[in-house]
Design a protein. Structure first.
Length: 395
């Protein structure tokens, strides 16, 4: 049976039998299952010895679990992957050991590193899933907080998440001077994966914090709530994943606006954010797909969801439609990537193609830009609120 998503796990000996290889396989399988796929059917792993069995018609990524003195089989497999233009992620124990553990062919590539706080290799797994297009490669986080009570923790998390390649929205850092504040804030939230709520005693007395949580629920974002010591969570936040903080979790005496969290807890928060992100992306995609299929079926289309891919819609006597569900907001780069994928599959080339997204909160200027691009790009971007009209025009 053909594997649609392929992962080559290369270790020093080329057999992918190390404990780290086993952990990575398990983490990838769990993540793929959470996305609605069946790992045993739609995910296949390859060792260096099996690299010739990789089918280049389907997505493939590679990872080298760095170690000194790789075998000839391992190096040969890495060379073959690179020659074919496949994504390969080098992973080393540390920056100091990079040159010793990473073969010459992978040294131009920015490496990942093993970390004690990521025993399940989740960050490596998520990066591979991004390259397989099972997760979007935007990594966006929104921090909701009350400035007068948790400013320092907000800034601390901003920098910690930024170091892990997240694009973090923080109101004091992320909106350019001279821009309309609230429209830009809602736009950013609509293109976010996870909202982190700093739930201080006065957080929900802020009108804006309460609105941000309501908007996050409406968008289906992942929600992580950090609850301050001695504080009970608000009824409006019971659907959030939560971490209860204790006084000992803070570096300074007390837990006021200038206090900061201890390092181990910050690492835990970053890890939890990564976990929530993959769950939220799957849920958000499902929301768009469910509404898309409902609209299509009402208009007489038969819709087939490819789970992690596009939705095929057919109706008697007219050209079929391929709709690509978008998590967050589409842009011209995503249109180009989607068009390239369509050109590789004959059935897709014969269909009308569109990207479908949730426009809730989108800045008017961005919406206008996407409408303008539709006059020039080969694939249309269609808000879910406009899908019915778009499909009717195809009949």
């Amino acid at each position: 049976m053909t594997a649609y998503y392929q992962v080559a796990i290369i270790d020093r000996l080329g057999k992918a039998t190390t404990s780290r290889a086993a952990v990575l396989k398990a983490t990838l399988s769990r993540a793929v299952s959470a996305l609605g796929l069946i790992p045993d059917r739609e995910l296949r792993f390859f060792s260096a010895e099996e690299i010739s069995a990789v089918d280049l018609r389907y997505p493939v990524v590679g990872v080298y679990l760095g170690a000194s003195n790789p075998s000839r089989v391992a190096v040969s497999a890495l060379e073959k992957l690179c020659k074919n233009g496949s994504f390969v992620l080098p992973v080393a124990s540390s920056q100091a050991l990079f040159l010793k553990q990473i073969p010459k062919i992978l040294r131009p590539i920015n490496a990942a590193f093993f970390s004690e706080d990521d025993s399940k290799l989740s960050r490596i797994a998520m990066r591979l899933l991004e390259e397989l297009r099972l997760l979007r490669n935007k990594r966006r986080i929104f921090i909701s907080y009350k400035r007068s009570e948790s400013r320092s923790v907000a800034v601390q998390l901003y920098h910690a998440l930024d170091e892990r390649s997240f694009d973090v929205f923080l109101d004091t850092h992320s909106i350019q001077r001279g821009k309309e504040f609230q429209p830009m804030l809602w736009d950013s939230m609509g293109d976010t994966d996870v909202l982190i709520l700093l739930d201080t005693p006065g957080a929900f007395t802020s009108h804006w914090v309460e609105q941000e949580i309501s908007r996050a629920h409406a968008l289906g974002l992942g929600l992580l709530q950090l609850i301050w010591p001695g504080h009970s969570r608000d009824l409006g936040s019971y659907l959030c994943d939560s971490i209860y903080l204790e006084t000992k979790d803070f570096l300074e005496t007390g837990n006021g606006k200038d206090a900061r969290l201890r390092g181990p807890l910050v690492k835990k928060i970053v890890g939890k954010t990564e976990e929530l992100r993959s769950r939220a992306l799957a849920a958000r995609r499902n929301r768009v797909v469910t509404e898309l299929c409902r609209i299509a079926n009402e208009l007489g289309y038969r819709s087939v969801d490819e789970v992690a891919g596009p939705v095929l819609m057919r109706s008697t006597g007219i050209k079929p439609v391929i709709a690509f569900p978008v998590i967050g907001h589409p842009d011209s780069h995503l249109v180009q990537e989607t068009f390239s994928d369509c050109m590789k599959r004959k059935a897709f080339r014969k269909a009308s193609q569109c990207l479908v997204y949730d426009p809730l909160g989108m800045w008017a200027g961005k919406h206008s830009h996407l409408s303008w691009l539709n006059d020039y790009l080969p694939i249309q971007t269609v808000p879910i609120t406009g899908v019915a009209s778009w499909l009717k025009r195809r009949k």
